[in-house]
Design a protein around this ligand. Structure first.
Ligand code: BGC
Length: 726
């Protein structure tokens, strides 16, 4: 149902004006990732779109929040809602109307270069976090854009690969997060670059029109990913409403180099391209640079709505009613947030960036998402311990991975800053090995000056000497991940493993703090005293690390992804990943992440849901409250405050016809903070989908019989069982 205002505008807009509202243009302010000019005659304002999942990305600084995986590792959707609201306020302060996030593709492949922008290998965790972030963003009057719809689970060949995945698997694993985000009120959804079962996601009528719009009732805007279209008529008829960024390849070059500054070389490159679009012998050509690692779409394909859509409508190839629907959807979002009459949502907060609350939240998320993987008692550190802070990048904060989520903060704390500010003992610093460079798809346009940094003064010997003299050695290691490319290996880059080995040999109280996008290889695991997964902690890196290492805060995080040796993941098969002949076959079906390790009795290095507290907990007295709720008592049995994450897994009765099911599925969870000695009754709501399965003929189906719900602090530690009869 369109509002009267939107109906009126649709009747007054000309065909040309309507088409202008179906595609982007270059931002007149040069700050937004996307821009749709308004229609002045009818007081329709311009709309600005900015990334992204980790912070507001414009040409000005903003709070650089931790990676999405750090957020989900908190297992606390309330924190996610607060984060979404802060993100919305920062967007408002930067005059942005639409946020290009959250990213919520399921973590199917541990190597995927964008996993740090996503939440989990599990659809319930993904859905709850996506919904909370959407709710927070939308509560500020800013439109949220869950992305990338759908099955965009790898960056290798992301612009061309076809995810070959059957309907049941799509419905049970890859679609639920989007549905939850839509139900939470997302005003937009971004289609992905890849194909799904052969059809490009931007023109997938079954997914965009039949599932998303007709079945789920989504009345918002489906926008393309940037240059992520392959046709005009196909996308419009398939259900795409907004083509982004809507500019030509030449305008792209101009916007990268600044208006009017296009060099002669770039002009020549442009001319050459016109004659030989597939030529790759112009390495300095920024558009060829756009082909980074095979992961970016070609901006010269896909056609432009602005030139072709009006003709297609006039020729009857795209019904005019479809064009009205496309425009009506955008106007509805503007109307909903009061942008058509300038009233903004009455309850929307003021825009604000870099407030004390946002800085505090950035640190809190980093702390709450930190996962203590192993600890032989070295942590927490005592206040007066003499510590060595070691690692190639200890003098800089790990803000995030590369790509459209990169955010520039006002201020950041490095590990050295954080430890020095907290330690009461001495702090020695040794980088040990050359810096691990940030990687970014933007390198093709803006080469990183740091690449030439002088590393001649670093040596492992210095790190060993520092470690020998210290009570504890803290080694910070990191991976390299970026949009548009996958990690080639889960091994840490550079000589970091050698560094850890050498330090561990010199000090048996060596703690490894890992700043990674996901699982990583730990050949030295048995030789160190503690391992901490800190993901990408954002601007508060150092202070958050210090808070956890010294025990000022309990490490609140649990693993939202399984850590295992790389050849034991279900995607360790070329046909599945990165795919063969342009297709990635999702042959593992439902057995992604812990579902796979459970089904195969595999032994992960650290299972899904794992993470340690400095306190200890007892779980007891579980009962089924009703057919989708369980309750139990949790007691902190330690003499210090702490936090545990209660997890409930559903094992449903066998499905008819021997239909395979995963051994168990996460149904619900809750992060519980308890003072020393405190106990509390905790109630968990279980997701209906954990009881059900998607049946091709009947849709979501719950089989009758005993559904056993097992409860505990990780997927591999579930001391309590209750049975729910359905
Ligand atoms: C990314 C999107 C992003 C867009 C705009 C694309 O490269 O895939 O996630 O929102 O750029 O920056």
């Amino acid at each position: 149902m369109l509002s009267d205002t939107v109906e009126r505008l649709l009747s007054e807009l000309t065909l040309t004006e309507k088409v202008r509202l179906t595609h982007g243009a270059t931002d007149t302010e040069g700050a937004a990732a996307g821009f749709v000019p308004g229609v002045e005659r009818l007081d329709i304002p311009a709309v600005r779109f900015s990334d992204g999942p980790l912070g507001v990305r414009t040409d000005e600084p903003a709070t650089a929040f931790p990676a999405s995986t750090a957020l989900s590792a908190s297992f606390d959707p309330e924190l996610a809602r607060a984060f979404g609201r802060s993100l919305g306020r920062e967007a408002l302060a930067r005059d942005q109307d639409v946020l290009l996030g959250p990213g919520l593709n399921l973590v199917r492949v541990p190597h995927c270069g964008r996993n740090f922008e996503y939440y989990a290998e599990d659809p319930v965790v993904t859905g709850r976090f996506a919904a909370s972030v959407v709710d927070g963003i939308e509560s500020t009057g800013v439109v949220a854009t869950p992305k990338h719809f759908v099955a965009n689970n790898q960056e290798t060949a992301r612009a061309s690969v076809s995810a070959e995945v059957d309907e049941r698997v799509l419905r049970e694993l890859y679609l639920p997060g989007f549905r939850d985000a839509v139900e939470a009120g997302a005003g937009a959804v971004m289609s992905s670059y890849n194909r799904v079962n052969g059809t490009h996601a931007s023109e997938h009528e079954e997914l965009l029109t039949e599932v998303l719009k007709d079945e789920w009732g989504f009345d918002g805007v489906v926008m393309s990913d940037w240059f992520g279209t392959e046709s005009v008529v196909g996308t419009a008829n398939g259900g795409l409403d907004l083509q982004m960024p809507g500019i030509s390849a030449e305008e792209l070059v101009e916007s990268m180099s600044g208006p009017g500054e296009e060099s002669e070389a770039e002009q020549d490159a442009g001319d050459e391209r016109a004659q030989a679009p597939d030529s790759d012998d112009a390495p300095d050509d920024p558009i060829d640079g756009f082909g980074y690692a095979d992961g970016m779409p070609d901006p010269r394909t896909g056609g432009l709505y602005r030139e072709e859509l009006a003709d297609a409508v006039e020729a009857g190839e795209v019904p005019e009613s479809r064009l009205d629907d496309m425009v009506g959807r955008l106007l509805t979002q503007l109307d909903r947030h009061g942008l058509l009459d300038g009233s903004r949502d009455a309850d929307a907060p003021e825009g604000a960036v870099d407030t004390p609350e946002h800085r505090d939240l950035a640190e809190r998320i980093a702390v709450r998402g930190t996962v203590l993987l192993d600890n032989d008692g070295v942590l927490p550190l005592s206040d007066d311990a003499d510590v060595a802070v070691v690692g190639p990048n200890v003098d800089e904060a790990m803000l995030g991975g590369g790509g459209s989520s990169e955010t520039t903060p006002f201020a950041e704390t490095s590990p050295v800053d954080g430890i020095e500010a907290r330690a009461e003992g001495s702090v020695s610093v040794a980088r040990g090995i050359p810096r691990i460079e940030d990687v970014s798809l933007f390198d093709a346009f803006e080469p990183d000056d740091e690449a030439d940094a002088d590393d001649s003064d670093v040596s492992i010997d210095d790190a060993v000497a520092a470690a020998e003299d210290a009570d504890a050695a803290l080694v910070f290691v990191r991976d390299q991940a970026t949009e548009a490319a996958d990690r080639e290996t889960l091994a840490l880059p550079g000589d970091q493993d050698d560094l850890v080995e050498a330090v561990a040999a010199a000090n048996d109280r060596t703690v490894v703090v890992a700043n990674t996008s996901g699982p990583f290889a730990m050949p030295w695991r048995e030789d160190v005293a503690a391992v901490v997964a800190e993901w990408y902690p954002g601007q508060a890196h150092g202070s958050a690390a210090a808070a956890v290492l010294y025990g000022d805060s309990d490490p609140g995080g649990r693993l939202p992804v399984t850590f295992a040796p790389e050849d034991e993941y279900p995607t360790a098969d070329e046909r599945r990943y990165p795919g063969v002949d342009g297709a990635a076959h999702y042959d593992e079906g439902l057995l992604v992440g812990y579902r796979h390790f459970d089904a195969t009795d595999g032994e992960p290095t650290y299972p899904f849901g794992h993470g340690r507290s400095y306190a200890t907990f007892e779980y007891r007295d579980a009962e089924a409250v009703d057919e989708s709720t369980v309750a139990l008592t949790v007691e902190n049995t330690a003499d210090r405050d702490g936090r545990t994450v209660v997890q409930a897994y559903v094992d449903s009765p066998a499905a008819p016809d021997d239909l395979d099911r995963p051994p168990r599925e996460l149904g619900g969870f809750g992060s519980v903070a308890l003072d020393a000695g405190e106990s509390r009754r905790v109630t968990l709501d279980l997701d209906e989908r954990a009881f059900g399965r998607y049946d091709d003929a009947d849709g979501w189906t719950v089989d009758s019989g005993a559904h056993v719900v097992s409860i505990g602090p990780s997927s591999r530690d579930r001391p309590l069982d209750v049975t729910i009869e359905r």
